[in-house]
Design a protein around this ligand. Structure first.
Ligand code: CA
Length: 424
């Protein structure tokens, strides 16, 4: 699909994250006003709460869906309303002939604000958060470090996407400062644990799928139905305390190691915008059970990167360059598996892909892998290196799908780690 040109000139630049083809959904404030729903277009945001209030758009004939500063009520309308809304917005923002009598610019300009002046908030209310472990290379790397190369993958791994139920309460938006967690730590050399700040605090590069249509208790969803209920995607940083995890994870999996925070990028990039970038999961190494078999491409070609900015250097240093297409299991497979027991999905559920790692070292999606368990420091510049995150480090993740002369960008997922609160 070619670039859809907009009369908002900045949306036509090949470098913008937000051409008219993208139209991602967010929540913003400007000039200390109340938070409103918006879409990004070039370097501007278009306030859809005000558009609805002024009856320029009406996604629902019965109710106002943008009164609350979140996209949950809009999601409730269902997928045919999602498409209709996108088509209406596209028509409003599309470039039009000079001789046209309709002056769309005049009508919409009062509702456009420069992104540079806006504060972005969490775009939806997170109902529940589930996180998976569905990248082959990540699972193999971590397993090799902990159990040796022969036992790297647990016996169930090639048969199902492994996951755990996380906490929605700890999902925060990009820009939120992250306090280094305290926890029980037990170095291998000690007999008993002590309580202190995590020394192996890490990021995990993931994509988060947002559920836009609910399922019922007892209902099992096929792969296609699972894909249909996805509203869009965000870039997700699943902060992880490796030393807390190492001591607590058996027998029930991660708990406090992953409970500190999960940061999401501020723009929901819709499944509709990503449609031209679909790609397939790799051929399974072992045949999958019928309910996990895919009949079409369920992954996306999305370029991803992670950089670290230290207090000393003040410059972003890229440490990961990868692609979402490196996943072994797709979000659709994860949701099909999640509902296979009859587990109900709710609007606003967030499904973390699991750390995205590729086969090459620069594609490893965590510092645990990049520093190989802390043994191989990551060189940042002439004077600085890292094994895990240090206080005041800023982790920035970003991603985009590359179209013909345009990008479908996610914007940035930024988190600064500050020192632990030790006194109590
Ligand atoms: Ca994770």
């Amino acid at each position: 699909m070619p670039l859809i040109r907009s009369w908002v000139k900045s949306a036509n630049s090949p470098n913008t994250n937000f051409p008219l083809n993208n139209l991602p959904y967010g929540v913003y404030t400007v000039n200390n006003q109340d938070p409103h729903c918006c879409v990004a277009i070039g370097d501007m945001v278009l306030d859809v709460t005000l558009l609805e209030k002024n009856k320029i758009i009406s996604p629902s004939s019965r109710t106002c869906v943008f009164q609350d500063p979140s996209w949950n009520k809009f999601m409730e309308l269902g997928s045919s309303s999602w498409s209709k809304f996108r088509a209406e917005l596209t028509a409003l923002l599309k470039e039009y002939p000079v001789e046209s009598k309709v002056d769309k610019e005049k009508v919409l300009t009062p509702f456009l604000f420069p992104q540079a002046k806006c504060i972005l908030h969490k775009p939806f209310n997170v109902s529940e958060f589930t996180d998976f472990f569905a990248s082959y290379h990540h699972a193999k790397n971590v397993g090799t470090m902990f159990r040796g190369p022969e036992n790297a993958l647990p016996p169930n791994w090639l048969h199902m996407p492994i996951g755990y139920n996380g906490r929605a309460s700890t999902v925060v938006v990009s820009g939120t400062q992250i306090t280094r967690p305290m926890g029980q730590l037990k170095p291998p050399t000690e007999d008993i644990p002590y309580f202190g700040p995590s020394k192996r605090f890490d990021f995990e590069l993931e994509l988060g799928a947002i559920i836009g249509t609910k399922s019922e208790s007892g209902e099992r969803l096929s792969i296609e139905e699972s894909d249909d209920i996805i509203f869009g995607y965000v870039i997700l940083n699943d902060w992880s305390a490796r030393d807390i995890q190492a001591w607590e994870y058996q027998p029930l999996g991660p708990f406090q190691a992953k409970a500190t925070a999960t940061t999401i990028s501020p723009w929901i990039v819709t499944k509709a915008a990503l449609e031209p970038f679909r790609t397939s999961t790799p051929k399974p190494q072992k045949p999958l059970l019928k309910y996990l078999e895919e009949n079409g491409p369920m992954l996306y070609n999305i370029n991803l990167s992670v950089s670290i900015t230290t207090k000393q250097s003040k410059k972003a240093h890229e440490i990961v360059r990868s692609n979402y297409s490196e996943m072994y299991y797709s979000s659709a497979q994860q949701i099909a598996h999640h509902t296979s027991s009859g587990c109900k999905m709710s609007i606003g559920d967030l499904i973390g892909s699991g750390t995205i790692s590729g086969p090459e070292k620069h594609q490893y999606g965590s510092m645990l892998e990049l520093s190989w368990g802390g043994k191989e420091p990551i060189i940042l510049n002439d004077t600085e290196s890292r094994t895990f995150i240090e206080d005041e480090d800023i982790i920035t993740m970003s991603g985009f799908a590359k179209g013909d002369g345009y990008k479908i960008g996610f914007g940035e997922n930024i988190g600064k780690v500050i020192s632990a609160k030790i006194e109590k």
